[in-house]
Design a binder for this molecule. Sequence first.
Ligand code: NAP
Length: 205
Amino acid sequence: MKIAIIGTGNVGGALATKWASKGHTILLGVRNTSEFKGKELLKNPNTTVHTTEEAVQSADVILLATPATIAVEVAKSLGDTTGKVIIDAANIVMGRGPQGYNNVADAILANTATRDVVKCFNSTGFNNMANTQYNGTALDMFVAGDSQKGKSVAKELALDAGFAECYDIGGNDKFQLIEQFAFFWINLAMFQGQGREIGFKLLKR
Ligand SMILES: NC(=O)c1ccc[n+]([C@@H]2O[C@H](COP(=O)([O-])OP(=O)(O)OC[C@H]3O[C@@H](n4cnc5c(N)ncnc54)[C@H](OP(=O)(O)O)[C@@H]3O)[C@@H](O)[C@H]2O)c1
């Protein structure tokens, strides 16, 4: 796949590295092509840097891994997203997010042309995206959104990133729930003292 990474920090960097190693074409989309967080990602295979709009125009899939507070600004900076899949990894944390929205994906949907917006890669730490393994067992990932096309792309990319499974938790009406699930992880990791090296797996019998 041709994947534009908007937000080349902790989350964007971990996923760009995994996907590049799986043979995907990675187009880093940044504000300033000569100075940006994650410059070392250019050492990865199949990885180039572009302005945000150029990266989006050349891609089929767009990962948004930017701060929630600027979601509307970032959505408007993408240019024409018609027919493209957007995967939103951002979270409103402690009420800091786009004004007038209770989750980031709704803000993106309202400010872009594509209807294929899903929420994935938001519900665990970037360290778990860089390394999904816990004593030989891989973590699970979760996705929400109405777009079946978007969910199928997100699931394939979750498996390519090393997650064991990517569970569908429902439609756009679950966008806020999956952000709260992220905050559940943040609460355990940061506020309850468990640390970042924890993750979720669905057990079945
Ligand atoms: N950290 C985690 O473990 C984690 C896990 C799951 C989800 N998330 C969510 O993922 C998002 C990113 O988190 P992160 O930890 O990866 O952040 P980060 O390391 O601080 O990276 C943020 C990225 O956003 C870019 N950016 C900032 N303002 C921008 C703008 N106006 N237009 C375009 N790009 C802009 C920055 O680019 P510059 O280099 O130009 O500043 C940087 O590449 C957040 O919404 C967070 O809630 C984080």
